[in-house]
Design a protein around this ligand. Structure first.
Ligand code: ACO
Ligand code: LMR
Length: 264
């Protein structure tokens, strides 16, 4: 009989062997003919399923809202400095992307993990926040350098507004807001930030859409898919900053001596 040679790679998300490429079994022509968008493509390639329109729209809103936040943030700064050092697009992009992590843009997965754990264990915001303090861990999804109680992050409000209108349940987001109400009693800038809003709302999307089993949700949260949203989104801005610097023919950047404290 036929003997199947063992393969070195297993892949389950896409297939280019037929007449046209398929994403999670859906032919490219279907995607185009049905007028689907980038949210649908992300659903197919990341979650291996077609999600309802309100979910794919939410994904698209996350991408649009996180695409850029000006030249001063870590990622854009790195991309700008790299572009001004004469490096190419990919180098400038990855130099910006490398700053995404637990403090900047990459707190979405941890926000989802910790909010889920605290909510599922019925912890009060006080118990959750004070427990984190005892462990010496900053609450992921809380805090911002320039946003505060009196200067709220519009992105968070827009995400909340969309979810309040379209999601069947926003229980995790409501929990995150209760945590924010508690942290705001400590300091004015301990607001729910965009990472925390996306992390908590994605939990609501996963658990409220009826499209994922409990086990699948646990796996998504454990593996950590959600920082991918920020990485993907911010790449748009980082590429823009790179082009901007090249267009402006900006010279090599050197940080001014006056702005460094030379200490012994
Ligand atoms: N949880 C608990 N306490 C906090 C938190 C938090 N998330 N953030 C700040 N604090 C408190 C701490 O007491 C901190 O003191 P410490 O340095 O001794 O720990 C004090 O506030 C210092 O606060 P700031 O100087 O105002 O905060 P900073 O500007 O250094 O940090 C940051 C801002 C990095 C966003 C911070 O709030 C943080 O680490 N948050 C958690 C990670 C996170 O959600 N990052 C995503 C931000 S949104 C984005 O990047 C798109
Ligand atoms: C961002 O999206 O880059 C910001 O929220 C971070 C910042 O400090 O503005």
């Amino acid at each position: 009989g036929k003997v199947r040679a063992p393969t070195h790679i297993i892949s389950t998300i896409s297939d280019d062997r037929g007449e046209e490429p398929c994403y999670a079994g859906v032919p490219m022509s279907n995607i185009i003919e049905k007028g689907l968008g980038v949210g649908d493509v992300i659903s197919l390639l990341w979650f291996k399923r077609s999600l309802p329109r309100y979910c794919t729209k939410f994904i698209e809103i996350c991408i649009m809202l996180c695409a850029d936040h000006g030249p001063c943030v870590s990622g854009a700064h790195n991309a700008i400095v790299t572009a001004r050092a004469g490096k190419d697009l990919v180098s400038s992009l990855v130099s910006g992307l490398l700053t995404i992590g637990p403090r900047f843009g990459g707190a979405i997965d941890d926000a989802a993990r910790y909010f889920k754990d605290a909510y599922d264990r019925n912890l009060t915001p006080y118990e959750y926040v004070e427990g984190m303090k005892k462990k010496g861990i900053r609450v992921p999804g809380i805090g911002h350098r320039i946003k505060s109680r009196d200067n709220r992050d519009k992105r968070v409000e827009l995400l909340q507004k969309f979810a309040n209108t379209h999601f069947p349940s926003v229980k995790y987001m409501e929990y995150a807001v209760k945590v924010e109400n508690y942290t705001l009693t400590k300091a004015n800038n301990l607001v729910l930030n965009v990472d925390g809003a996306i992390g908590s709302l994605f939990l609501d999307l996963l658990s409220g859409s009826g499209m994922f089993t409990k086990q699948e949700i646990d796996e998504i949260v454990e593996i950590g898919y959600l920082n991918g949203l920020f990485v993907l989104a911010r790449s748009i801005g980082l590429i823009g900053h790179t082009f901007d610097q090249k267009r402006l023919k900006q010279p090599l950047y050197r940080h001014p001596w006056e702005d460094v404290l030379y200490a012994k």
